[in-house]
Write a protein that binds this ligand. Structure first.
Ligand code: NAD
Ligand code: UDP
Ligand code: UDP
Length: 325
């Protein structure tokens, strides 16, 4: 049951991943006890190493496709590979992670009467015909393509969340997350921001898929996690899903040029075919987040990229940031 005074026991699934580890930091800062459950498929102990000796932090190696019995007040269900390269590596496991993972975490929330947050995604809109995307848009998803394991798994998980709410009164918060970047993305993550920065820092070719005219809207991780916390704090009747993302929209080509400029790299662009079903445009309508959560992003792309570049520069030992002062 959600506590209103004192520190709560909070479960974060996928807590050793990129977003999950930043969320664990914020929850610890807020005075909560945090149980981080992760199977380390894409996550890393390095992301949470600094928390390992903290008296209010506990790490459990666990796969969310299996039941988990712990006593908790709140659950953040983030476990799922997020990069297309990783979620397509074992697509059956990806669907299982979303669907069985949702069932197990909802069963846990039902038994403990914990409020439960779900990391859903802008991919529920597929290759959107409606632009920008409001939460009321039902999406344009290929149910049988290579991205479906992720998109349809996430859509089914949303269905389960709303059915557990209607059928059992489970207290749910479903966030549709748009592309997010920042420190602690894995250098081999495969997503565009980390790929471009790592390639630029190493002086390797920048791999642009298609002509680079497709767009994405990039949110800095600190802004996103603030949105999660505000959503979880929201009281009142069960809210509909809420988009959390940065509405600043850029072509992939513009992102590549920006990364080259900020790193001072001599890397050249190389073009390869656009992956199947790659969405051509994506931008959140964040009216609901503004009105209900009083949230909007504060970090502009250039500022967020500079912090992320500094992180990778140190991690990879490329010395680009230091050399430039
Ligand atoms: P990530 O790959 O860095 O983190 C995912 C974490 O989940 C990893 O630590 C991984 O080991 C863990 N995991 C995967 N399968 C698991 C399983 N079966 N059992 C337990 N742990 C498992 O990705 P991220 O960017 O931190 O994404 C976190 C969540 O946010 C995911 O649910 C993702 O779909 C969602 N999301 C992220 C973005 C984004 O741009 N970062 C956008 C939309 C949605
Ligand atoms: N579950 C869990 N932890 C709990 C309670 C339930 O992992 O503390 C899992 C359990 O494996 C179950 C699933 O959540 O299969 C769904 O639970 P629910 O109570 O909805 O269904 P049932 O137990 O009746 O199948
Ligand atoms: N992309 C790219 N080069 C890369 C990685 C990705 O051009 O090295 C493109 C990809 O085709 C997509 C966009 O960048 O159009 C965002 O890709 P990402 O994998 O980061 O996220 P998603 O497609 O899930 O939004």
């Amino acid at each position: 049951m959600r506590k209103y005074n004192g520190s709560s026991q909070v479960l974060v699934t996928g807590g050793a991943g990129f977003l999950g580890s930043h969320l664990c930091d914020r929850l610890i800062e807020r005075g909560h006890h945090v149980i981080c459950a992760d199977n380390f498929f894409t996550g890393s102990k390095n992301n949470i190493e600094h928390l390992m000796d903290h008296p209010r932090f506990e790490l459990v190696r666990h796969d969310v496709t299996l039941p988990l019995y712990v006593e908790v007040d709140e659950i953040y269900n983030l476990a799922c590979p997020a990069s297309p390269v990783h979620y397509q590596h074992d697509p059956v496991q990806t669907t299982k992670t979303s669907v069985y993972g949702a069932i197990n975490m909802l069963g846990l929330a039902k038994r403990t009467r914990a409020r439960i947050f779900r990391a859903s995604t802008s991919e529920v809109y597929g290759d959107p015909a409606c632009h920008p995307q409001p939460e009321s848009y039902w999406g344009h998803v290929n149910p049988i393509g290579p991205r479906s394991c992720y998109d349809e798994g996430k859509r089914c998980a949303e269905t389960l969340f709303f059915d557990y709410h209607r059928q059992y009164g489970v207290d749910i918060r479903v966030a549709r997350i748009f592309n997010t970047y920042g420190p602690r993305m894995h250098p081999n993550d495969g997503r565009v921001v980390s790929n471009f920065i790592v390639q630029a820092l190493r002086g390797e070719p920048i791999t642009v898929y298609g002509k680079g005219q497709q767009t994405r809207s990039f949110c800095y991780v600190d802004d996103l996690v603030e949105g999660f916390l505000r959503f979880m704090d929201l009281e009142g009747p069960c809210p509909a899903p809420i988009n959390i993302g940065n509405p600043g929209e850029f072509t992939i080509l513009a992102l590549a040029e920006q990364v080259i400029k900020l790193t001072g790299s001599r890397s050249k662009l190389v073009f390869s075919p656009l992956p199947v079903d790659d969405p051509m445009q994506r931008r959140p309508d964040i009216t609901q987040a503004r009105e209900q959560l009083h949230w909007e992003p504060t970090v502009q792309l250039t500022a967020g990229l500079k912090k992320t570049i500094a992180y990778f520069d140190e991690l990879l030992g490329t010395g680009v940031v230091k050399a430039d002062g």
